[in-house]
Design a protein around this ligand. Structure first.
Ligand SMILES: [Zn+2]
Length: 146
């Protein structure tokens, strides 16, 4: 009877489920555990997709391996869910492994999102690839004292 007892996330779940999001994708969207920034990150890269969704990824890189990854997302639930899943994927991977990340790997982690949201997955992967490329060009030539 009373719907005013703070069950907002249940309503959001229902809405997303009926829009075509899987349980797993919804959890990524609601938990947002990789959302945010890393202070003094080794690489920060930003990209805006054609839809206007914007992502800013923060990488902590040690000995060619991604030690930590966080991302800020301005976008739809599809963008948030894709970004969260992709951070889980690249954390602990080498830069080479992260470069082999395919859009379908992110889709597989999400299990299902609406068809019109595949651009969010593409933007997530593009943002990651841009960050790795920029990290390489920043650190390849002028090796910082270490
Ligand atoms: Zn989107």
């Amino acid at each position: 009877m009373s719907e005013t007892n703070g069950n907002d996330s249940n309503d959001i779940r229902k809405l997303l489920t009926s829009s075509g999001y899987s349980e797993k994708a919804i959890n990524y969207f609601l938990e947002k555990k990789n959302l945010g920034s890393i202070p003094n990150a080794d690489q920060v890269s930003e990209l805006t997709g054609t839809c206007g969704d914007t992502m800013k990824v923060y990488l902590r890189v040690e000995d060619g391996r991604i030690k930590d990854a966080k991302i800020q997302v301005l976008g739809c639930p599809g963008a948030v869910a894709s970004a969260m899943a992709a951070m889980d994927f690249i954390k602990g991977k080498t830069l080479e492994e992260a470069q082999r990340l395919k859009d379908r790997d992110i889709f597989r982690m999400l299990e299902d999102i609406p068809d019109q949201k595949t651009h969010c997955i593409r933007l997530t992967n593009k943002t990651i690839q841009k960050a790795i490329e920029e990290y390489r060009s920043n650190n390849g030539k002028n090796v910082k004292g270490k």
